[in-house]
Each structure stands twice: as C-alpha cells, then as structure tokens.
Design a protein around this ligand. Structure first.
Ligand code: C2E
Ligand code: MG
Ligand code: MG
Ligand code: MG
Length: 286
C-alpha cells in the first residue's frame, strides 16, 4: 500500500484505488490520440414517428474502437472526457462527422424528406465559446438545412447556467432543434422548461422501463407528455423495448419513439437499408 506526501498532507491510497486511478490515466492519455488515429466512430439509432412507425430521425452515438480493449462504451469514457475537457475535441469531431453523414444520406435520397440527426452535446461543450460557430460551420460546409440537426443536451448540463442558456438561444437562432435528453431525471426538470429554449423533450429510458407495472413511472410519463403538448414541444420516448411499451407511450401522446424494439444503434449503411425499406413500404398501395 503506497502512501504519498502532497502539500503537507498524507494521502493514503489503497491498492485498488491506485489501480483505478492509473487505469483512468491511461485512458486519458489514449483519448488524446484516438481522434487522429481514427478510433472513434458513430453508430445511429432510428427514431420513429409513433403514429405510423416511419423512420423520421436518428441519434448519433459515439463508439471508441480501442486497439486493445475493443469497443469502449461512451458511458465509460464520456464522463472522463468531460472532466478533462477532452470532450470539446471529441464532441467537435462527432458533430462534424454526423453532419457529413447527414449530407451523404440527403444526397442518396434526393427529393425525400431528410432525417433529423441528433447529436449529443455535453455541458462542457455547451459552455465552449466555439460551439455555436462549430455548429454553423458544420451546417454550412455540408449544405445542411438547420432543421435536420437536433442538438441533445441533458438537464444537468444546462441547470442554472447563464453561458449554456446563451449558447442554446444562439443555437435556436441558427434554426437547429434542441432536445432535452434524459428528461425527468434531474431535480429541477420543471423549472428548467421556463428558461430553456428547447424544441423537444426526450423522456428518460428509466420511466419507460417498467411503465406497464410501476404506477409512478407511468404517472411521470403521462405528465411529461402532457407538458410537452401544452408547451408545444415535440416528445420522444427513449428506451422502448416491447410492443406493449410502444402502445402505452403512443396512447399517452408521445409523438416519437426510440429503442431496441425498432433497432439498436447501427452503422450508417444499415440506416440506408432501413430507409429504403421504409420508402418501399410507403410506395405500396394501402
Ligand atoms: P443518450 O444520449 O441518452 O443515448 C441513449 C442511450 O440509450 C444509448 O446508449 C442507446 O444505445 C441506449 N438505448 C437506446 N434504446 C435503448 C433500449 O431500448 N434499451 C436500452 N437498455 N438502452 C437503449 P449509448 O450509445 O451507450 O450512449 C450512452 C450515453 O453516452 C448517451 O446517452 C449520451 O449521454 C452519451 N453519448 C453517446 N455519444 C455521445 C457523443 O457523441 N457526445 C456526447 N457528449 N455524449 C455521447
Ligand atoms: Mg441523447
Ligand atoms: Mg437519452
Ligand atoms: Mg441517457
């Protein structure tokens, strides 16, 4: 067991703590070169309109294909990247790549309504002075209509923060959509709706999980849907895994759904296939 002296204080590290700290230090170091070494990629999860289950959008989700560990989940590295600030560069890469992909899809399906592409933005990114310019540039370079892009922010990222509120207003000014992700999980969800210029509420997966068995879950889901419609916001239910959940959330008034029931996050080529299947379906006489 190692003991180290720092600033006149004795700090005791247990072996386990030390191992965890150095594993994290390795991850941090490896993240600095992961962009240039092309180790990040985006997968896309379909978002469907619940009324007809047509594909109307996708959410871009980052993956880290690590040379020795294989796929590292964003749940593992995004929080660390947020702490170190590396999320700014990683998030910029994700934004640019998602916009490039969105433009490619638009070119593949000329004359067809574009998919909305959702990009997650961490609190740290929202407070980065360059974010709004980055978004404007990504739209311009790819000739992407702003409404094709939906920026997803979590409640905790935007709580009571002047800088992030200004960034959100500027993003709305560009014409991009703004979704409040994981909605319902933070302490002050409701008050936030008064000041946060969002266009969309994404009900957190935790409320969908046991919606058919736990009364409280469905009470929250109902309230969020009613609030969205009262405030003229779009509503998305995340984490739908069964047809029962789909039916329930549709009956509660949710406009859009996302979850393993339709598809897990998939590589971009698979989205093209889903899109084609969708168009063929609409070409069939009813
Ligand atoms: P999120 O933005 O809330 O994304 C939804 C997460 O729920 C994704 O996990 C998705 O795979 C998962 N999910 C979707 N449907 C279902 C379902 O039916 N059942 C279950 N069990 N899970 C479902 P993923 O891809 O692991 O991403 C986790 C989180 O990492 C995201 O949560 C987001 O907060 C963050 N993240 C991912 N990509 C990025 C990124 O490019 N930038 C930033 N800043 N954060 C990202
Ligand atoms: Mg999200
Ligand atoms: Mg979410
Ligand atoms: Mg989430």
């Amino acid at each position: 067991e190692a003991k180290r002296r720092g600033k006149g204080m004795w700090v005791a590290y247990t072996g386990e703590m030390g191992a965890r700290i150095s594993a994290e230090a390795v991850l941090i170091r490896e993240m600095t070169t992961a962009i240039e070494e092309n180790q990040f990629s985006l997968v896309y999860q379909p978002i469907v309109r619940l009324s007809d289950e047509r594909l109307t959008g996708v959410e871009a989700l980052i993956r880290w294909n690590h040379p020795t560990r294989g796929m590292v989940s964003p749940v593992e590295f995004i929080p660390i990247a947020e702490r170190t600030g590396q999320i700014v560069a990683i998030g910029r890469w994700a934004l640019q790549e998602a916009c490039r992909q969105a433009a490619e899809w638009r070119a593949e399906f000329p004359g067809v309504d574009s998919l909305t592409v959702g990009v997650n933005v961490a609190g740290r990114q929202l407070r980065d002075v360059q974010l709004v310019d980055d978004v404007a540039a990504a739209l311009a370079i790819n000739k992407l209509p702003p409404a094709c892009l939906s920026i997803e922010v979590t409640e905790t990222a935007v709580l009571d923060d002047e800088a992030s509120n200004e960034a959100m207003l500027a993003l709305r000014g560009l014409g991009v959509k703004l979704a409040l992700d994981d909605f319902g999980t933070a302490a002050s969800s409701l008050g936030l709706l008064l000041t946060c210029p969002v266009t969309t509420l994404k009900l957190d997966r935790s409320f969908v999980e046991s919606i058919n068995t736990v009364g409280r879950q469905s009470a929250v889901a109902t309230a969020v849907s009613q609030m969205a419609s009262a405030l003229a916001l779009a509503s998305v239910a995340e984490g739908i895994e069964t047809s029962e959940q789909r039916d329930l959330l549709r009956s509660l008034g949710y406009q859009y759904g996302q979850g393993y029931y339709w598809s897990r996050p998939v590589p971009p080529a698979r989205i093209v296939e889903l899109r084609l299947a969708d168009l063929q379906r609409s070409a069939q006489p009813a």
